[in-house]
Ligand binder design. Sequence first.
Ligand SMILES: NC(=O)c1ccc[n+]([C@@H]2O[C@H](COP(=O)([O-])OP(=O)(O)OC[C@H]3O[C@@H](n4cnc5c(N)ncnc54)[C@H](OP(=O)(O)O)[C@@H]3O)[C@@H](O)[C@H]2O)c1
Length: 232
Amino acid sequence: VSVSAAFAHIDEASSDRPFVIAQLGQSLDGRIATLTGHSRYINRNAALDHLHKIRAHVDAVIVGIGTVIADDPLLNVRRVIGENPARVVIDPSGRMPLSSRLLYEDGARRIIIRGKSSPLPNGVEEVILPVENGMINPNFIINALFSLGLAKFLVEGGAKTISQFISHNAVDRLHVLVAPMIIGSGKPGIELPPISVVDDALRPLTEVTILSDGDVLFDCNLRSLTKGVSDV
Ligand SMILES: NC(=O)c1ccc[n+]([C@@H]2O[C@H](COP(=O)([O-])OP(=O)(O)OC[C@H]3O[C@@H](n4cnc5c(N)ncnc54)[C@H](OP(=O)(O)O)[C@@H]3O)[C@@H](O)[C@H]2O)c1
């Protein structure tokens, strides 16, 4: 499978309804960072280029506040040619440092999803949504952003944010980029409510591509989930 097929899925999605892609870079043992939160870089250049290409194909990139605090990411497109997407942070209790680099004015929209209003730098938009048990329903987030004129979304991390989106069935495609590296301890990747038998595991239809420097892309169609079906 050619890696360009992965972008065709995004480009061909209708803008009449939201389309959500999530990406996670992880080690062979399913870790996204060390216990101290260090994660730069697990994946190699081709996977990082891939991430920047996805950014260039969507209207908005969404991250959890944990990633902003750990990494202070820019979330722009710089490894490939393309337009910067809007940058969205989910920050239910207002922990966002106002000096965060993703708040810098560079022409892209900057949107903070929160439980209650508080001051933000000029030009930064605020979306207030109900917080229940510390959680904002990911589908409410997507619908609110869609009503602001954004249709294609990349949920870029971290693992907690992606896991919540998956468990609320809010993700259309999941790109897992696996680096042949064993960290052996650290922060886990996707975590969903426990199941007792593997028959209940999610088994999406998946296209696999080996990237040029050896990381492997698993492009999973989460709208094709089969549960309890074995093809072995
Ligand atoms: N390998 C990768 O692809 C990748 C990508 C990005 C980040 N990372 C790494 O991941 C680590 C951070 O990830 P993380 O899992 O700890 O944190 P995270 O997912 O970035 O952020 C989690 C926090 O965001 C808020 N949040 C997210 N979704 C929410 C929702 N639906 N409702 C309410 N609040 C929501 C909550 O904030 P409150 O805590 O304020 O309630 C939650 O605790 C860092 O070490 C970073 O380097 C790795």
